[in-house]
Design a protein around this ligand. Structure first.
Ligand SMILES: [Fe+2]
Length: 213
């Protein structure tokens, strides 16, 4: 009888996609101030929706985070802190060696959606790190915990050939049902979309890009 060869398995995940969801506590006051500021901005500033992946709703220009309003300054720091926490694991996962210098250029914009508005699948060109901070989420989303949540953000498998011969029940998307105060951060190439929600309320978020320069 032939002896079985000994073996040792090493299982690794090659090219994983680094994703962070940071849940903040105690942001009710900040979110309230951002909510009011952004709804005022919607009235004050022209809608820059045309040419974006959004269908319906309001899209500010991409200089929003350069604003002097106290709430925007506070949020900008929170986003910056989140990006810094995310950048370490991202660089560990993606790079052969860390960059000698890391200077970040950050820019962002707000998106205000109401019933029926949605966001086509897209990625963020010309950036390295992207993300979203959630200011206000309609109640209809908070109640929805199963199935396909309304108004969720959904990320698709970024591996171009992973869906050509699928395993049974293979994941093809990850849906996140965010809450106000959540910050999500992901690589800019990670394609995502936002499904419409039904019912009253407003969905307000601030999306951003960061580029290592
Ligand atoms: Fe996006």
């Amino acid at each position: 009888m032939t002896a079985k060869a000994a073996f040792k398995d090493e299982i690794a995940n090659h090219f994983p996609t680094t994703f962070m969801r940071r849940r903040h506590d105690g942001t009710a006051d900040l979110n309230g101030r951002l909510h009011n500021y952004l709804l005022e901005q919607e009235k004050r500033e022209r809608n820059k929706l045309v040419g974006t992946s959004n269908v319906g709703g309001y899209h500010s220009d991409t200089q929003l985070l350069s604003g002097k309003d106290e709430a925007i300054v506070e949020l900008r720091q929170m986003i910056f802190d989140g990006i810094l926490a995310y950048a370490g694991p991202l660089i560990d996962n993606e790079c052969a060696a860390p960059p000698e210098e890391t200077n970040l250029r950050l820019w962002g914009w707000c998106v205000i959606m109401r019933e029926g508005d949605y966001n086509h699948q897209h990625m963020h060109p010309d950036a390295n790190i992207s993300g979203v901070y959630y200011v206000t989420m309609p109640k209809v989303m908070q109640k929805n915990t199963t199935g396909q949540p309304h108004g969720c953000i959904s990320f698709v498998d970024p591996r171009p050939r992973a869906n050509s011969m699928r395993l049974p029940n293979q994941h093809s998307a990850h849906a996140i049902n965010p809450e106000a105060g959540d910050l999500v951060v992901f690589p800019s190439y990670y394609e995502h979309s936002v499904t419409p929600f039904k019912g009253p309320g407003v969905r307000i978020c601030i999306a951003f890009n960061a580029k290592i320069v």
